[in-house]
Write a protein that binds this ligand. Structure first.
Ligand code: PBG
Ligand code: ZN
Length: 323
């Protein structure tokens, strides 16, 4: 193969030719929009660190959901902010808790929307950690029984998918067993299989009100140096019954997305996290780059790496642009 018989520019000559040969494309169907619901609010509250994103009240929630659906979004990921927090995160499995009520309201009006509920304790504990503490440290095994109860209560409220995000060992197994035992064999699990202890979660912690915990999450989230360990995490989660595998963050971990995609046959989900979103927003606020073009290129990179689904705070905007 050589020039001048081959000229690679020939297939790049027009927009139609470029579309025709595109190996990877974005579609609204594959985007998941994260939604924050705060039961203490009567109107939406802007999240300073996540420009354009709001904590919703129960009433504004339904307007936001309608907007998502009209933009072509097929799935939302719910995070709840309860009025009361305590050391056990008791509100998380309250049948009248913020997420349980939100799921009920959404499903009544939008039965076809896929509702994914974040299943973790950090929004519900007064200490802000992703589980229960024993002698000041996170207790993995005591946390598991809490996660099982929370997952069942979300399923009872009507969730299609529960998404355990705390990186507890064995979380998928206990959740799968608890769901099955309670009769929710059809509710799926989207586990955060490879979640790194990243510096990119800062804005989320303001959004979810889980900001002031002491220490860090390095005992349970993965070290950025690791790649083979991510495959082990993914393997255990698939064996324990996870229906999807999340890799998080996305852009700094495209190699992990590729490796997980190549080795496992369940859908791979890339979580474009709060810090990744905030960096693009901040740069575009300074008129340093074209926001829409950067997000589009970023999402294409995730797809090219093997992501089937993308969770992003830009999901609704992107879906609207793709219509
Ligand atoms: C907590 C949780 C975090 C995110 C999702 N669930 C933050 C953390 O682990 O501290 C991060 C999401 C984001 O930054 O967008 N279980
Ligand atoms: Zn958590």
């Amino acid at each position: 193969m050589a020039f001048p018989d081959h000229r690679l520019q020939r297939l790049r000559r027009t927009g139609s030719l470029r579309d025709l040969v595109a190996e990877t494309r974005l579609h609204a169907n594959n985007f998941v929009m994260p939604i924050f619901v705060n039961e203490a609010l009567s109107s939406p509250r802007a999240i300073k660190s996540l420009s354009g994103i709001y904590q919703q009240s129960f009433t504004s929630l339904l307007d936001e959901i309608r907007d998502c659906v009209e933009s072509g979004i097929k799935a939302v990921l719910l995070f709840g902010i309860p009025e009361k927090k305590d050391s056990l995160g008791s509100e998380a499995d309250n049948p009248n808790g913020v997420i349980q009520l939100a799921i009920g309201m959404i499903k009544t009006q939008f039965p076809d929307l896929v509702v994914i509920a974040d299943c973790c304790l950090c929004e519900y504990t007064d200490h802000g950690h992703c589980g229960v503490l024993k002698d000041g440290a996170l207790d993995n095994d005591d946390t598991l029984s809490r996660l099982a109860r929370i997952a069942v209560s979300y399923a009872k409220a009507g969730a299609d998918v529960v998404a355990p995000s705390g990186m507890m060992d064995g979380m998928v197994r206990v959740i799968r067993r608890a769901l099955d035992q309670a009769g929710y064999q059809q509710v799926s699990i989207m586990s955060y299989a490879a979640k790194y202890a990243s510096a990119l979660y800062g804005p989320f912690r303001e959004a979810a009100g889980s900001g002031q915990f002491s220490g860090d999450r390095k005992h349970h989230q993965m070290a950025p140096s690791q790649s083979r360990e991510a495959l082990l995490e993914a393997q255990l989660d698939v064996e324990e019954g996870s229906d999807f595998l999340i890799v998080k963050p996305a852009t700094l971990y495209l190699d992990i997305i590729r490796a997980v995609h190549d080795r496992f046959l369940v859908p791979v989900v890339a979580y474009h996290v709060s810090g990744e979103y905030a960096m693009v927003k901040a740069a575009s606020g300074l008129e340093l780059l074209d926001e829409a073009a950067v997000f589009e290129e970023t999402f294409l990179a995730m797809k090219r790496a093997g992501a089937h689904l993308i969770i992003s705070y830009y999901a609704k905007e992107m879906a609207r642009k793709l219509k």
